[in-house]
Design a protein around this ligand. Structure first.
Ligand SMILES: [Zn+2]
Length: 385
């Protein structure tokens, strides 16, 4: 299998991953510093020195992006939001949060923590570079001054760019927090904030295209063409991320209004745990054509058996093994009441890693809700809308 993601360590208990696309950025930044920026600002050094300094600067920029994400993560962990990993990729970094923030205040603080870290680092580096320049001029520390200045500018830009109020950028998240506090509807706030993300995505793309056209026609310098291309890429990325957030919000709000009872399938066919696998195949899987069945004993759900469980053992063993031996045991959380919303059911499925849940009312099984039934329901109702 092609691996595109490498784990490089762990900070605050969070695994840090680097995506393959990050290496492209690393080499591009190192190359452009070593062959352009550094020889211009620090003339008279050897080529290997420029490449060494370029590499160190790129690594420190990578560290800056990581610290920005750790800023978000630190506040998120404070609100008990699990962070599964931090990924560094071509457009920067991303902290993968296990769930949505519990309230607008939490979302606001998590969103602003990253840019705050970047701006503080930026101001610190710029201040440090200026102090070294003023106090120790003539001591041959010009390299540190240039590096500090460069890193300071990068961090300030990182902080300011992320404050653009287009969701899902940090500024857009802060905006969503405000809209969420204002209209008390998380999905509606997401949808509105995503609109600004779409708008900023288009605007960045247009600005990038103008810059590119200017560079081509000779009005602007040729060296600025790469910036135009970069703006178009970032604009496209923001546009597509905002659009998918908007679609997801629309889906979530329609699923929040539908109850499990409306979507569940019934009556439910259950399998007894002491039946031979061969009999279960003949009498249930083949006869009904379903992908899986709850296993019930004295009215209680004790497990679930799927086609995959059956296929995992050799056909010759089917008459000799019982359903109980191959089923997946399930906890109480596998059963939900019919008046839950479909959204709640989906969250429960995601949390437990299941693709179906049993619906129980007054101690009796009344239905089964599956991912495929929800997908089918959505498809039917989207065409209505
Ligand atoms: Zn951020």
């Amino acid at each position: 299998m092609f691996v595109s993601n490498w784990k490089i360590g762990r900070v605050l208990g969070i695994p840090i991953h680097v995506h393959a696309s990050w290496f492209a950025v690393f080499f591009f930044v190192t190359w452009s510093l070593a062959t352009g920026y550094l020889p211009e600002t620090l003339p008279g050094l050897s080529e290997s020195r420029y490449w060494g300094m370029g590499g160190i600067s790129s690594l420190l920029m990578f560290l800056s992006v990581l610290l920005h994400e750790l800023g978000h993560s630190y506040v998120a962990l404070h609100y008990r939001i699990p962070i599964s990993q931090i990924t560094l990729f071509i457009f920067g970094g991303m902290a993968h949060m296990g769930k949505e923030p519990p309230n607008p205040r939490a979302e606001f603080l998590i969103a602003l923590a990253g840019p705050l870290v970047s701006l503080l680092l930026g101001v610190g580096c710029l201040g440090g570079a200026m102090a070294v320049d003023a106090l120790f001029s003539g001591l041959g520390l010009q390299g540190f001054v240039v590096l500090g200045g460069l890193l300071g500018m990068v961090n300030v830009q990182l902080g300011l760019f992320n404050l653009i109020p287009g969701f899902p950028l940090d500024g857009g998240r802060a905006l969503r927090a405000g809209l969420w506090a204002w209209n008390k509807d998380f999905n509606r706030a997401t949808s509105q904030a995503a609109l600004t993300g779409i708008g900023f995505g288009v605007a960045l793309g247009v600005i990038g295209a103008v810059v590119l056209a200017g560079a081509w026609s000779g009005v602007l310098g040729h060296s600025i063409a790469a910036n135009g291309g970069w703006l178009i890429l970032i604009g496209a990325f923001l546009f597509s991320a905002a659009l998918s957030s908007k679609r997801q919000a629309a889906m979530r709000s329609s699923l929040a209004a539908v109850t499990v009872r409306q979507v569940m399938v019934h009556p439910v066919v259950t399998v007894p745990p002491d039946m031979a696998v061969q009999d279960a195949v003949d009498q249930y899987f083949v006869a009904h054509g379903f992908g899986g069945f709850p296993v019930c004993e004295e009215g209680q759900v004790v497990g679930v058996v799927t086609v995959g469980d059956v296929q995992a053992i050799a056909t010759a063993l089917w008459p000799w093994r019982r359903v109980r031996d191959i089923m997946c045991p399930v906890p109480q959380a596998f059963c939900i009441p019919p008046d839950w919303s479909v959204m709640q059911a989906m969250e429960r499925m995601a949390h437990g890693g299941w693709d179906r849940l049993v619906v129980v009312e007054d101690g009796a099984i009344v239905g089964l809700i599956t991912r495929s039934a929800i997908a089918q329901f959505l498809q039917l109702h989207q065409s209505e809308a």
